[in-house]
Design a protein around this ligand. Structure first.
Ligand code: GRF
Length: 187
């Protein structure tokens, strides 16, 4: 099985990173996590990269050349796919155009509903009956690229912000690997 070199971008907890590393060990899973980029030096998720001896690039997004640094490393590690997993920076138009290969993002709502931040409080505020997560291609508009997969669950009356988040993450850990398999299914 050809495993595409993949870079995961994170800013925080890294549970999706952890899950993708685990999945990538399966023989038939089409990617290998070859690089992790974090814009936070103290992101908890970095530990999963360290434990698995995956190279890490920490970037300082206040430096105007930070995307150049990322790009240099993407080339260096021959990266064919980028997965944004809780990366809290907007990727520039130039970066998307220059990379030319797929960039996927995971978002904790059923897009096109509730783009951007604070999705769980919006879901509760508007008394949604269901919610979930979406994996989509990244384009120049926020949370607007072509959708690959969505996973849904029904909200119960007792659900509050915290457990909505927990339930959504359980869905995310299924959705991201499935979206990657789907991406390469006919390639
Ligand atoms: C996920 O809920 C994802 O949908 C959002 O950021 C969160 C990242 O979680 N974009 P983790 O860092 O992978 O645990």
């Amino acid at each position: 099985m050809v495993k595409r070199n993949t870079c995961v971008f994170i800013s925080g907890k890294g549970s999706n990173l952890r899950n993708l590393i685990k999945k990538s060990r399966e023989y038939v899973f089409p990617i290998k996590i070859s690089l992790v980029v974090s814009n936070k030096a103290n992101a908890k998720g970095i530990i999963y990269a360290k434990r698995n001896s995956i190279p890490i690039v920490i970037i300082n997004s206040k430096n105007r050349y930070f995307e150049k640094k990322i790009f240099y490393n993407l080339k260096r590690y021959n990266i064919k796919l980028i997965c944004l997993a809780g990366y809290m920076k907007i990727i520039s138009k130039k970066f998307i155009q220059d990379f030319k290969k797929p960039i996927l993002n995971i978002h904790p709502s059923l897009l096109p509903k509730y783009k951007g931040l604070n999705t769980f409080s919006k879901v509760l505020k508007y008394k949604e009956k269901k919610t979930g997560c979406t994996v989509h291609h990244v384009n120049e508009k926020l949370d607007s690229g072509k959708i690959i997969i969505k996973k849904t669950f029904f909200i119960s009356k007792s659900d509050e912000l915290e457990n909505l988040q927990t339930k959504t993450q359980i869905m995310e850990h299924k959705a991201f690997p499935e979206a990657i398999v789907k991406l390469y299914r006919y390639v």
